[in-house]
Design a protein around this ligand. Structure first.
Ligand SMILES: [Zn+2]
Length: 363
C-alpha cells in the first residue's frame, strides 16, 4: 500500500476544536506511553528445548524480514562526528552530528536492539517474568522476578524458565533465537533534530498498584516524529521515512506456538495486523516506528510427518504456502501461549497507522 510521502513535519499539532469536551483524563491522553497489564497468573515456568541437536518435533529455520521506517529512526552509535565528514546527498549538514550505527556506509539496526524490542512485546503477551526491570525487588509482584537470578533458590534448575526466557535467553541460557543486525537496503541517511529528552521517570502515576509493579510500559506510535529544528534539538544521523532494512532472524527448536507468538508481534496475525515496532532512540517523541513484512521463511527439515533423513537443504516458503504455515503457527500461539487480554492491550498501544499527534513540549 503506497504511503503518502510526508517528509518535512513543519506543521504544529492540530489543536482540539473549542467545542470538543476535554478527555476525561487529560493526563492519560497526553502521555506518550501506556501500561500493558500483567497477566493475572504469575509466570508459567518450564524447561527450554535445548540446543544440542535439532528436534524433529520442533521448528528450525530463518525468518526473512523487511522493516520499513514509518517516522524516522535513530540508533545511536555513541560517536559524534563533524557534519562536514558525513556526506548526505540531501541535506546541508550542521557542524556536529550524533551518528547512527553504520557498516560500509549503510545504516544498521543492531540485532540486540531489535531483539530487545521483540522480546519486551513477547514478555508482555505471554506469562513471562519481569525481565531487566529497574523496579526495586520489593516491588515485583509474587512470582514475577526475572528468571534464573543467582540469589534465587531455583538458580540453574532446568525447568525454571518463563516462556520469554526459554526463547530469548536468560542468565546462563542462550535462548533459541538469534537476531543478526538489520542492514539498510540503500547507502543513505537524513539529518534530523531530536529534541533533548528528560530521562523518563519510572515512578509515573499508575506504575505501581498497592506498591507492586502494575504492568509493562510501551510507547505509542505517532503520525510523525517531533523535529523542531536546530534551535531545540540535537542533530542526529537518522533513517528517514520509508527507509528499508532487511534481516534474517534465526530460530532453532521452537514450538509452532512460540514461532506463532513471534509472528503476531511482527504484525502477521490477521486479527491483529496493525502492530508496528518501535526501535531505537526518541521513542517518546514519535521516532522509531517500523512496520515488518515477512518475505520468506526457510524451514529446515522438521515436522513429524517427514520421516526422511535430516535434510540439509532448507525448504523455502513464500506466498500462499508461507501464509498457511504462519496461520497455523499463529493459531497454536493463541491456543497455547498468548494471553488474549494482554495482546489486545499491546496491539492498541502499538497500533499503526495512527492519527495520534506526537507530544509537544514535554521535553
Ligand atoms: Zn523469565
Amino acid at each position: 500500500m503506497p504511503e503518502k510521502p510526508k517528509p518535512k513535519p513543519q506543521k504544529k499539532s492540530t489543536p482540539q476544536p473549542p467545542d470538543t469536551p476535554l478527555p476525561v483524563q487529560l493526563e492519560e491522553f497526553a502521555k506518550p506511553y501506556a501500561l500493558v497489564s500483567l497477566p493475572r497468573q504469575a509466570p508459567r515456568r518450564g524447561s527450554p528445548a535445548g540446543q544440542e541437536r535439532f528436534r524433529r518435533d520442533r521448528l528450525t529455520g530463518k525468518l526473512h524480514l523487511r522493516l520499513t521506517v514509518k517516522t524516522t529512526a535513530f540508533v545511536a552509535s555513541g560517536v559524534v562526528a563533524m557534519g562536514s565528514d558525513l556526506s548526505s546527498n540531501k541535506t546541508k549538514n550542521p557542524p556536529l552530528i550524533k551518528t547512527a550505527v553504520e557498516r560500509d556506509n549503510r545504516l544498521i539496526i543492531p540485532g540486540s536492539s531489535l531483539k530487545g524490542v521483540v522480546r519486551s512485546a513477547y514478555e508482555a503477551i505471554t506469562q513471562s517474568c519481569l525481565c531487566k526491570t529497574k523496579a526495586d525487588k520489593t516491588k515485583i509482584p509474587d512470582g514475577y522476578r526475572e528468571c534464573n537470578q543467582k540469589d534465587n533458590r531455583e538458580y540453574n534448575k532446568k525447568d525454571n524458565f518463563c516462556p520469554a526466557c526459554q526463547v530469548f535467553g536468560a542468565l546462563n541460557w542462550q535462548g533459541l533465537i538469534q537476531f543478526p543486525d538489520a542492514e539498510a537496503v540503500e547507502a543513505d541517511f537524513t539529518v534530523g533534530f531530536m529534541p533533548s529528552l528528560k530521562s523518563p521517570s519510572r515512578d509515573f502515576p499508575g506504575y505501581y498498584i498497592n506498591g507492586k509493579v502494575a504492568g509493562r510500559k510501551f510507547y505509542y506510535h505517532a503520525i510523525r516524529a517531533v523535529d523542531k529544528g536546530q534551535q531545540q534539538g540535537i542533530a542526529v544521523q537518522q533513517a528517514g521515512g520509508e527507509f528499508v532494512f532487511t534481516t534474517r532472524l534465526r530460530y532453532m527448536n521452537l514450538t509452532k506456538a512460540e514461532l506463532g507468538t513471534l509472528l503476531i508481534i511482527l504484525g502477521q496475525d490477521k486479527s491483529y495486523p496493525n502492530i508496528a515496532l518501535k526501535v531505537g532512540g526518541g521513542k517518546p517523541v514519535g521516532m522509531g516506528t517500523m512496520t515488518v513484512e515477512v518475505t520468506e521463511i526457510e524451514q529446515f527439515g522438521s515436522g513429524r510427518e517427514r520421516y526422511s533423513s535430516y535434510q540439509t537443504e532448507p525448504q523455502s516458503l513464500t506466498g500462499e504456502k508461507m501464509r498457511q504455515f504462519m496461520e497455523q503457527s499463529i493459531k497454536d500461539a493463541h491456543n497455547q501461549l498468548v494471553q488474549s487480554r494482554q495482546l489486545q492491550e499491546l496491539s492498541q498501544v502499538l497500533q499503526w497507522p495512527t492519527d495520534r499527534e506526537p507530544p509537544e513540549g514535554m521535553y
